[in-house]
Design a protein around this ligand. Structure first.
Ligand SMILES: Cc1cc2nc3c(=O)[nH]c(=O)nc-3n(C[C@H](O)[C@H](O)[C@H](O)COP(=O)(O)OP(=O)(O)OC[C@H]3O[C@@H](n4cnc5c(N)ncnc54)[C@H](O)[C@@H]3O)c2cc1C
Length: 323
């Protein structure tokens, strides 16, 4: 049986949401896969993360070293090269860090590498079939790869429903000695947390989110009006920030904020993976778009084919009436 490993991202003693998504992804490769979590870091926070992760993984390899205090892909790559068996499959979240780590690691391991995977379609011997998306989610690519000498697979955050079963009660094994003697050329100095703008959309329960379909800066007012009657905040896709129509702190997506609202109303947003990657926890999603084939309708709970410039003011009036 292929050994599956997952690299766990964590912060302040808490595992990232992707920890439960990677275990779900591993079980899609093989339902009875024995999955080992790799948790690297430094200090007392690490034990809390390992205990949390052990509830879901069969085994947790803890590597505690002061050089691992920051997620420095260079040292983690060197570490994984020492630790991974030659035919292992390693799952890594498809984030900036994941793209820093994984391609170089796969070359050094002589293993297959596939980025931004959203689905697995089966393992037959040493052939792993999977699906990734291209062109901002407009095209699904079915990939068959030879994993006889291992595989490094980047998993898109949010693509796999988190496995909340916590059925594993795995053992934590201290492998910190593996990090001894690894030298690095790249050192991290500090992490600078981005400033929160006038509104912290990461805390909003309801978001009215506008995309390029809003067409003009002046039209954003209708989204503010709807947000006001709904008790919501206004967020947006990246082109709106690029146009300087709203501030960066309101951008949802992989290069913006990650939000966890209860209700997300996407207005004139096509549904690129970079945008959807910033929406966590499967909120109730309403998508309003004039193109019935827009990819956002594939993930929305309610899809409304309409011109937002007409629909949003009517919707706001209706809510006011009902109130
Ligand atoms: C490295 C990288 C990082 C990125 N990070 C992010 C990110 O963090 N967040 C993000 O959002 N994007 C990000 N992007 C950009 C992303 O790829 C998309 O280009 C972007 O999400 C598209 O925004 P949109 O949906 O508003 O615009 P479009 O894709 O242009 O979609 C506009 C939609 O509006 C609809 N529409 C037009 N007029 C109307 C109307 N009157 N009424 C109703 N519907 C209408 C159209 O049918 C269309 O579906 C990133 C890209 C890269 C390369």
């Amino acid at each position: 049986m292929t050994q599956v490993f997952a690299y766990i991202i964590h912060k302040d003693g808490v595992a990232d949401d992707t920890a439960l998504e990677l275990i779900a992804a591993a079980k899609k490769i093989q339902a009875d896969a024995q999955v080992t979590a790799i948790v690297t870091g430094s200090g007392s926070d690490l034990d809390a993360v390992c205990t949390e992760v052990a509830a879901s993984y069969n085994e947790v390899l803890k590597i505690d070293n002061e050089n691992l205090a920051y997620p420095n892909a260079e040292i983690i790559r060197a570490l994984l090269l020492k630790m991974l068996p030659s035919d292992a499959i390693l799952l890594v979240p498809h984030t900036t860090f994941g793209m820093d780590l994984a391609p170089g690691l796969s070359i050094k391991l002589d293993a297959a590498f596939v980025a931004d995977v959203v689905e697995f379609e089966g393992l037959d011997g040493s052939t792993l079939k999977l699906v990734r998306q291209e062109y901002s989610g407009q095209v699904s690519t079915h990939v068959s790869c030879d994993i006889s000498s291992g595989g490094v697979i980047n998993i898109r955050p949010g693509a796999f429903a988190p496995d909340e079963s916590k059925a594993a009660s795995g053992t934590v094994v201290d492998k910190s000695s593996e990090a001894q003697g690894i030298t690095v050329k790249r050192s991290y100095l500090e992490t600078v947390v981005a400033e929160v703008g006038d509104v912290d959309i990461t805390k909003s329960d309801v978001l009215v989110s506008v995309g390029r379909g809003i067409e003009d800066e002046d039209n954003i007012e209708i989204a503010h009006d709807l947000a006001e009657v709904l008790g919501a905040d206004v967020s947006c896709s990246r082109p709106i920030v690029d146009s300087k129509w709203l501030e960066k702190s309101r951008q949802v997506g992989t290069s913006g904020q990650t939000v966890k609202p209860k209700v997300y109303i996407a207005c004139g947003i096509s549904g690129s993976f970079q945008h959807l990657g910033g929406i966590k926890g499967s909120p109730f999603m309403v998508a309003i778009n004039k193109n019935s084939k827009a990819p956002i309708f594939q993930v929305a709970d309610v899809g409304i084919v309409a011109d937002i410039l007409e629909f949003i003011p009517e919707f706001a009036d209706k809510v006011k009436e009902m109130k």
